[in-house]
Every structure is written in C-alpha cells, then in structure tokens.
Design a protein around this ligand. Structure first.
Ligand code: SF4
Length: 211
C-alpha cells in the first residue's frame, strides 16, 4: 500500500473510532487558545484548563492581560511549569495582539509564527481549530504514531514530519486527523506502556515500527 493510501485508510478508521475528537484545550476565544497552547508545553491540557480559569478571572480580555505585569501572570501560571518564560511570552504576545492586531489573532500562519512563544505546532493548531484552515499539528503523539504506523519513516523532527504528512494527508483532513492521533496515542498507541496493538483498529495495516 502506498503511504497516501495508507493515510486515507488510517483517517477513515480513526474517524469511526473517535468521531468527535477535537482540541482538548478549552477556549471560547482565539486569543485564549493562544495562551493555552503556550501553557501546554510540558504540561497536561487538563491542568492548563484549570489554571486558565484563574488567569481569565483576573484578566478577562487581551487588553487586561497585555497590561498585566509578567510577574503577576507568572504567579498564576506557575503550576503549569516553566512559569517565567511562559508568562513572559504570554505578556509579550498579548501586547502585540493589542498594539498590532487590534486585540485579534491574525489569520495568517507566518504572522502567528512571529508571535512570542508560537512555533509551527501552535500556529498550525490555531489555523486549523480557530480558522478552519488546513493544518498539521505535529505534537509528540502525532510524531510517535505516524512513525509506528509507517506514514513516515524514522523521522522525529517536528517540521520534517509535518512536511512529509502534507504530502499524503488531504489538507482538509489534517487538523481533525491530528486531534484523533492524540486520542489514539493516549488510549491505545501509548508512549509509556507497550502499545495495545491487540485492541487497535489499525492493527492489520500498521507497520508497528518502534521508535
Ligand atoms: S497497531 Fe500498535 S503500533 Fe500500530 S497504531 Fe495500533 S497500537 Fe500503535
């Protein structure tokens, strides 16, 4: 089977398995997803979802957060780890949104990439989830699973994985596909235990490569 055909089959099977898979970070405004995504580095989405409640209770708008001292933001986001650099990025990012984009999140991948603390993974997540644009989010689950399944061959560098996936994943499927990989990676094709291949919906088509 070609990688393209394999990709289409994997997409269809994961759709059946996780029909409602979406972003596991809670947000009701684009700028809040930007904040959460920064906080989620080396932290669980569940913890981020709790911590941001305190943050938005105190700073409910882009303007309020842009005006906050980075030290005050740090005090609240510290439970997510890396508090100092996350607070500094969030503060700088909100200031740019306020001053350059009228408090809005730009609908432009390259503009997103220029925001403090925003890398390709985050920019793709925003493009896909907020704006419904084609997106490939290469987080740790995505990278592990696409290698194991055989959609890419021994590639661990996130940007390289993303570029390989763009060649074989239909653009409109990318965002949901990556969300479903997260669900599958947490529940079945796990990182810390041996993957549960015997109960996996991809078992008969997966290369089961170990990386
Ligand atoms: S068959 Fe095994 S290695 Fe392949 S995706 Fe399923 S759990 Fe992961």
């Amino acid at each position: 089977m070609t990688k393209k055909k394999l990709a289409l089959e994997v997409i269809e099977r994961l759709k059946k398995e996780y029909p409602d898979a979406g972003c596991t970070l809670d947000y009701n405004d684009a700028w809040k997803l930007l904040v959460s995504v920064r906080l989620a580095a080396q932290c669980t989405d569940a913890r981020v979802n709790v911590v941001v409640q305190d943050l938005y209770a105190k700073y409910p708008t882009v303007e309020a957060l842009a005006a906050a001292e980075a030290e005050d933001i740090e005090r609240i986001v510290r439970p997510c780890g890396l508090g100092k650099s996350k607070a500094r990025d969030i503060s700088a990012c909100m200031k740019i949104l306020k001053e350059k984009y009228d408090g809005k999140v730009p609908r432009d991948f390259d503009a997103l990439l220029k925001l403090p603390g925003v890398g390709r993974k985050s920019a793709n997540l925003i493009m896909g989830d907020v704006f419904g644009e084609p997106a490939i989010v290469t987080d740790t689950h995505c990278i592990r699973l696409v290698n194991r399944i055989g959609l890419v061959d021994g590639i661990k560098e996130p940007k390289k994985v993303e570029m390989e996936l763009w060649k074989i994943i239909p653009p409109k499927e990318g965002s949901d596909f990556c969300h479903r990989l997260v669900y599958h990676g947490r529940e079945v094709c796990t990182a810390r235990t041996k993957p549960y291949c015997s109960k996996c919906c991809l078992a008969d088509i997966c290369a089961k490569e170990r990386i």
